[in-house]
Design a binder for this molecule. Sequence first.
Ligand code: GTQ
Ligand code: FE2
Length: 382
Amino acid sequence: MTETADSPVRLSVVDSPGQPSPTPALAELYRGFEKELLVPLWTEIGDLMPPHPRSKAVPHLWRWESLLALAERSGRLVPVGRGGERRAIALANPALGGRPFATPTLWAAIQYLMPGEDAPEHRHTQHAFRFVVEGEGVWTVVGGDPVPMRRGDFLPQAGWNWHAHHNAADRPMAWIDGLDIPFQYVTESQFFEPGRDRIGAAERTTPGRSRSERLWGHPGLRPVAFPGSRPATPLLAYRWADTDRALADQLALEAEGHVATVEPGHAAVRYVNPTTGGDVLPTIRVEMHRIRRGAETAPRRETGSSVYQVFDGSGRVTVGDVSWPVTRGDLFVVPSWTPFSARSEASASDSDSGALDLFRFSDGPIFEALRLDRSDVEGPST
Ligand code: GTQ
Ligand code: FE2
């Protein structure tokens, strides 16, 4: 065994342009680097400083049908309780080493609760949200405020708030969770604390509207008793009826000849923090996009990664070199600096409008805060 055999640094002499001549003396120098745990820039520069982001993550699609079937089986086999905390099953990007990371920064999971079940209370620094593509009956209890969850609702939940979930219905319910778990994992910033094993009787009630909505959920109005800006939204539910109306109004305004959409036939809204007008969570940006029947978006790429879920309709999405037909509930990943476009292709089973509704979340706020945000759009081909 040589002295450097145990070094985690491994340098090989290569005969390629831009590299020093391969000589025994160079090999000897590299053994010296290994022994002292040193790595020269010239052997690493291509990987460390590429001309543009080259994501380790790859585009990938998960079918809702398959996810739901496996979640249902988990419902029969896996109890929910202290320790495991949640019956949540995460999307693992195939290029991220089997880790439960949809992208290098984002966690996306399907969560499932059986009738009458409780997921125990806890809190963590990871920022989170729930989004419901079908079903109802679960109340998420955030800081003692029970919040009903129904199809199309977006429910943000900023880090370090106590939360539990309770299925008050006589049927199971599934939804998706988005969190910044991979980001906090790589930045080593996580804290976690278990709370009460059972939530109190008062939190087991099932009011139609949460206290947070009664206080913060009035468009253009805020309670004078609570001034100042907050780092994350105090509003715990953004209801489908409001999102749907905003998107329908944008497309109607466009049809009347007004500027209202991102591009022809493509309406979009971003969920915002009513105390700042900025993103709902410090690390996660969330939007709903509606692509009119037959419309297509221009390929666009951005720094940072996104996860999409098809909320309604069907169509075809293209991510880099791959393209899939998609339908309700399907989830897919768009890695950093990978062009993304979508086309609405109504099928017989789709709703009357034939529009494709895409729920999207990304790590955009991180990139924006650090001034690392960049994007470009490919112009229409002529
Ligand atoms: O529901 O509290 O998918 O803490 C991952 C971590 C869900 C939750 C997840 C969590 C939760
Ligand atoms: Fe949690």
